[in-house]
Design a protein around this ligand. Structure first.
Ligand SMILES: [Zn+2]
Length: 147
């Protein structure tokens, strides 16, 4: 079982066979990676954010500024508020979980164990493509109960 896909990125030609279905253990990895890429508030931060959503739209600037102040202080003091990852760091983080979803990797120019960083645009395109393909396998069942 598996889903074979062809790289659409000229700089990194080849094919990849993704596990289909994706094993549950790989899904756990995948979701952990996604969560790491997102910013995450601490309990105090969450309170401010909840307040933000309760505040009428026109008055949200004040709460938004309050959160920003908290967030900076909190993450600088080693608190639980976490900034998300930058695009490049997020790609690297996601690639670690991509490995768990791959059955065979036949892209000689792109070593999954030691991924190339350049050229930047081709690299981003390639990683975006593989992430999108995995997300499609992962999410498909949500749309159709019979899928
Ligand atoms: Zn915080």
């Amino acid at each position: 079982m598996g889903k074979k896909i062809e790289s659409p990125v000229e700089k990194f030609p080849g094919s990849v066979t993704l596990k289909d279905p994706i094993p549950l253990s790989a899904c756990v990895e995948w979701e952990a990676a996604l969560a790491d890429c997102q910013p995450s508030p601490c309990s105090e931060g969450r309170k401010i954010l909840a307040q933000f959503w309760r505040t009428p739209e026109k008055e949200r600037d004040v709460v938004s500024a309050e959160y920003e102040t908290h967030f900076i202080a909190c993450s600088e003091s080693g608190g639980k508020c976490r900034v998300g990852l930058t695009d490049t760091a997020a790609q690297m983080r996601m690639l670690k979980s991509v490995r768990a979803c791959v059955e065979t990797w036949e892209v000689p120019a792109f070593d999954l164990a030691n991924p190339p960083g350049s050229p930047k645009i081709a690299r981003s395109k390639f990683i975006g493509w593989i992430i999108g393909e995995i997300a499609t396998i992962y999410n498909e069942a949500d749309g159709d109960p019979n899928a």
